[in-house]
Design a protein around this ligand. Structure first.
Ligand code: CAA
Length: 259
């Protein structure tokens, strides 16, 4: 895959680091960024040597300040409808490999939505989240009205989507959008450490854990618990269950084979 023009992709052991690389435009999510991010992450998802994907922004100021406003401004309804604008982003939510958004600075509009498409959000204490689309005369278009509401509840989602105000890292963590806050200088190191922990687990079992949690957003409690139970039974078909439980009995760290 690659080389790409709007993103950078590196490997750190079993972790892949994807950096949105349009710092002069505060990493605005153009169609090229969408295409490349989806293509790169789908390739990483197919790679058995990748156990976790970290997505971050380049520069000090932004994770991503939204979809590219200049690219959208002249479009008509027919342009948006026929091209099914933004639809490829949905594929990021379908990845099986765990994903972590490492957020420094602005995560606004599509930037906030991209963070919410990831499984964990690790925020620097400088992070700022919001869905300011209404200020531009539009509404969220990469799932913000749905994922923000599920993450933080109606009260705050309505507040953010109707006023367009921002929320700082503390408020975002209290509200349930952010998994952890870390000092700005430590952001990438911490995100990569968490990714290292995740990618050191059994890959198929991590995929099942992710799938089970995500099911909670799609179904009833009884069906979700049933789904979890089926996966729980299925993990007993893995080598890694045998190794994980044997290692516990032998009082040593588990050495997962990832299958
Ligand atoms: N799209 C395109 N370009 C953007 C951008 C965006 N979303 N956000 C910032 N930029 C560009 C600016 O135009 C500017 O470019 P120039 O130097 O060529 O003028 C450059 O990035 C730096 O930005 P600012 O000078 O504005 O930086 P600032 O520090 O003064 O302000 C900011 C930072 C408050 C984040 C401001 O840039 C801003 O408000 N950005 C737009 C935020 C926004 O409305 N996001 C939602 C977009 S719509 C959307 O995302 C729809 C959806 O649901 C997917």
């Amino acid at each position: 895959p690659g080389p790409y023009s709007t993103i950078l992709v590196e490997r750190r052991g079993r972790t892949a680091l994807l950096t949105l690389n349009r710092p002069k435009a505060l990493n605005a999510l153009s169609l090229d960024v969408m295409r490349e991010t989806v293509e790169a992450t789908e390739a990483l998802d197919r790679d058995p040597d990748v156990g976790c994907i970290v997505i971050t922004g380049s520069g000090e100021k932004a994770f991503a300040a939204g979809a590219d406003i200049k690219e959208m401004q002249p479009r008509s309804y027919m342009d948006m409808y026929l091209s099914d604008w933004f639809t490829a982003w949905d594929r990021l939510g379908q990845l099986r490999t765990p994903t972590i958004a490492a957020v420094r600075g602005y995560a606004l509009g599509g930037g906030c939505e991209l963070a919410m498409l990831c499984d964990l959000v690790i925020a620097s204490d400088t992070a700022v989240f919001g869905q300011p689309e209404i200020r531009l005369g539009v509404i969220p278009g990469i799932g913000g009205s749905q994922r923000l509401t599920r993450a933080v509840g109606k009260a705050k989602a309505m507040d953010l989507c109707l006023t367009g105000r921002n929320m700082d890292a503390e408020e975002a963590e209290r509200a349930g959008l952010v998994s952890r806050i870390v000092p700005d200088a430590d952001l990438l190191e911490e995100a990569l450490a968490v990714a290292g922990t995740v990618s050191g687990r059994s890959a198929p079992v991590a995929m099942m854990a992710k799938e089970a949690v995500n099911r909670a957003f799609e179904t009833t409690l009884a069906e979700g618990v049933r789904f979890e139970r089926r996966l729980f039974h299925a993990v007993f078909a893995t080598e890694d269950q045998k190794e994980g439980m044997r290692a516990f009995s032998e009082k040593r760290p588990a050495a997962f084979t990832h299958r």
